[in-house]
Ligand binder design. Structure first.
Ligand code: COA
Length: 190
């Protein structure tokens, strides 16, 4: 019902359980692309499990503990952003994101992430925003860097995977860093 226009073609909307069919159709286009990089429980393959993913996020939203929003590109759900965790008492949250292949490389994810980070920091007083990524996920690392997050460190060989154990990188941005005006270019010395 509510939509936030991000660009002429892209809208950010709540991704609620009633949208499970649309979400599953989108996952059918995204599944193989995102599977190596997201939690297995997110990559639903049937309607009940797709609905369960959205219901989990709806429950987190109701508990003030997370949330999920979809990206609609020219009316089609092509990806989204989420607050994987959200803890106002601690002042810490974790953001995540994904897009299907046709929508990747178009610069539509970054403004959506900025929108939820802005809300978390400015409206909810979150102090530390985290981004956790497989160290092999070059696009995710590049996006974190473009958004102004810094690499805190690497949890080495944290998870087993068919391709060997996974190094997990933890990136973050702190509220004062997020809110700081972009630094002016250094003055030219004549
Ligand atoms: C991680 C992921 C969301 C990044 O998506 P993305 O499209 O690269 O991210 P952005 O929205 O920032 O777009 C940046 C790209 O759009 C291009 N672009 C095109 N028009 C643009 C514009 N107007 N503004 C900014 N960038 C633009 C940029 O050049 C860049 O592409 P490049 O890296 O090939 O040069 C995506 O790769 C993905 O879904 N991966 C699988 C799931 C995943 O890894 N999720 C994260 C888990 S931690």
């Amino acid at each position: 019902m509510f939509a936030l226009p991000l660009t002429e073609d892209v809208e950010l909307r709540p991704l609620e359980p009633w949208r499970a069919e649309e979400f599953l159709a989108h996952l059918d286009r995204a599944r193989e692309h995102i599977r190596p990089w997201v939690s297995p429980s997110f990559v639903a393959t049937e309607l009940p499990s797709a609905r369960a993913v959205l219901q989990r996020y709806a429950d987190r939203w109701a508990d003030d503990a997370g949330g999920i929003w979809g990206l609609w590109w020219r009316g089609t759900l092509v990806g989204g952003v989420m607050l994987v965790s959200f803890d106002v008492a601690l002042g810490v949250c974790e953001v995540g994101c994904w897009v299907e292949p046709a929508a990747q490389g178009r610069g539509i994810v970054a403004p959506a992430v900025r929108t939820i980070v802005d809300w978390a920091v400015r409206e909810r007083g979150i102090h530390r925003v985290e981004w956790r990524t497989n160290a092999r996920n070059a696009r995710s690392r590049a996006l974190a860097g473009r958004l102004g997050l810094r690499l805190d460190g690497t949890l080495r060989q944290l998870y087993p995977s068919p391709d060997g154990r996974i190094d997990l990188e933890v990136w973050s941005v702190l509220a004062d860093e997020w809110l700081a005006p972009p630094s002016a270019p250094a003055p030219t010395v004549h």
